[in-house]
Design a protein around this ligand. Structure first.
Ligand code: H79
Length: 464
């Protein structure tokens, strides 16, 4: 069926159910400030509850898997075309070799779900320019240019809907090393072209395809703004997105002053989060986003869980990446630690999902007096004793370093009398002894931590 954009907009708004019909977000973002706080809160609610999502980088780059002409190419696997300066025609010859017959959307979604992730963001098109969906706008796509002849995004969208996981799409709007007029390819003259034509004939039609052919898409994740996206082009792209789904969550990487809904720190966790802004740290489990055969070292469950807890304590989300291979299999080294995270979340998820940031902040660490970071600013030195998240009437202390038989906290006057204290991991949750002396709170703990990575102490008290 073919819908006109106006009808589509109405259908999307009606289908989104709980959100009020007006005011919609304006067609050009600087006017978005007219959106009421209530509307924005309703639009962001699922994202704020989710806290943990799966990023999937999957593209043609999984075929070379980090190798070109028998040599291992340094840096990110999805950047191989650029890093090895592979000519367009030669790179496109990976397409006939791409036949990921082991791809199983239900399995991928189950891996995310078992890990405790609430949403998936997958690369619909990365900088290489290859669409991972059936596209009428460009034949350079997985359905038309490979022997696979399937649309993985369609299968993923169906699996997500079945299993209750939200789906978002990453789309590289500026860098496109394949299509003429896209930015970034300075090594092959065939990339030269008119950026307006590129935006109007590739970006906008493809964005409309991914936002209308796959059911409700909840996130649009731009990346690497730059040359090809001047202000009028950014405005046209944004307008197209709003026509497709005015309730979508958009990140801060479209370019040209578009702030979007989310800050997107990459490969790091900011010292204090972004007070007053929604945010999401995206991070790899190994050293690459896109699959590389050479990558055999993966972050530990402990590191990943601490990151998730740290991020939640600062009010953010963790978008953790997996990079499936050319057969469509997510590397076991990535599945294993996230499955362990899921185990922890099944016991302790109450202290992560739908929580708000810490009442304190100093427990996260401090700026170094001597060391500088890459930008020459005082380096932030995290400490890993405990973190705090909150819900109305409850304070969760994530104890990372078990203190022995008692936990002491300076409440700084931020909570009222504690009416009950217990450990989330204790199945029958026997109350723990609590003493409060002014702002000094002491909780008696068992000698051994229930969980070697993090045990959650729940304090029931009013917060101020
Ligand atoms: O999609 C993932 C990355 O490919 C993309 N953003 C995430 C989510 C990203 N690519 N690059 N960057 C972010 C930062 C820039 C890195 C660069 Fe480089 C330094 C580009 C060129 C020099 C890394 C090193 C890539 C090639 C060499």
């Amino acid at each position: 069926m073919k819908y006109t954009p106006k009808i589509l907009l109405l259908v999307t708004v009606l289908a989104s159910g709980l959100l009020p019909l007006t005011p919609l977000r304006a067609a050009v973002e600087p006017l978005v400030s007219s959106e009421t706080k209530e509307h924005k809160d309703a639009r962001m609610a699922w994202f704020r509850d989710a806290r943990f999502g799966m990023f999937i980088h999957w593209g043609l780059y999984s075929v070379p898997g980090g190798y070109y002409q028998g040599k291992s190419i340094i840096n990110y696997g999805e950047w191989i075309m650029n890093n090895a300066k592979i000519p367009i025609a030669e790179y496109a010859a990976f397409a006939p070799q791409f036949n990921p017959v082991k791809f199983n959307a239900d399995e991928w979604v189950k891996i995310a779900k078992d890990a405790g992730m609430k949403y998936i963001v997958i690369t619909a098109k990365h900088h290489e320019g290859f669409a991972m969906f059936r596209s009428k706008a460009s034949g350079y796509n997985i359905y038309d240019a490979t022997p696979f002849k399937r649309d993985p995004l369609k299968e993923l969208a169906e699996a997500c809907r079945k299993q209750g996981i939200k789906l978002g799409f990453y789309y590289s709007q500026n860098l496109d090393w394949h299509h003429p007029g896209g930015a970034g390819n300075k090594w092959d003259p065939a990339a030269k072209g008119d950026p307006d034509k590129y935006v109007d004939e590739i970006v906008i039609p493809q964005v409309k395809e991914i936002l209308t052919n796959y059911g409700e898409i909840t996130v649009i994740w731009w990346d690497m703004p730059g040359d090809a996206i001047n202000k009028p082009r950014a405005d046209r792209i944004y307008k197209a997105v709003m026509e497709c789904n005015p309730n979508i969550i958009m990140n801060d990487r479209l370019g040209n002053g578009y702030k979007g809904d989310t800050e997107t720190p990459e490969q790091h966790i900011p010292a204090q989060g972004y007070p007053g802004r929604d945010w999401e740290t995206c991070m790899t489990i190994n050293g690459t986003w896109g699959f590389k055969k050479i990558e055999k070292t993966f972050k530990s469950t402990e590191t990943l869980l601490r990151n998730l807890i740290d991020i939640a304590s600062k009010g953010g989300n963790y978008l953790l990446n997996v990079g499936p291979d050319a057969e469509g299999v997510i590397p076991a080294g990535e599945v294993q630690p996230i499955a362990e995270m899921g185990k922890w979340l099944r016991v302790n998820g109450e202290a992560i999902y739908g929580t708000s940031a810490t009442l304190f902040g100093e427990e996260c660490g401090a700026l170094s007096a001597t060391e500088k970071d890459k930008k020459g600013q005082p380096a932030f030195k995290p400490t890993w004793d405990w973190r705090c998240t909150t819900k109305p009437g409850k304070i969760y202390i994530h104890i990372l370093k078990w203190p022995g038989t008692s936990f002491t906290l300076d409440t700084k006057g931020k909570l009222g009398p504690v009416t009950k204290a217990y450990l989330l991991a204790d199945s029958n949750k026997p109350p723990l002894a609590v003493t409060q002396d002014g702002t000094k709170l002491t909780v008696t703990l068992p000698a051994q931590a229930p969980d070697p990575i993090s045990s959650v102490l729940v304090l029931e008290a009013a917060t101020k």
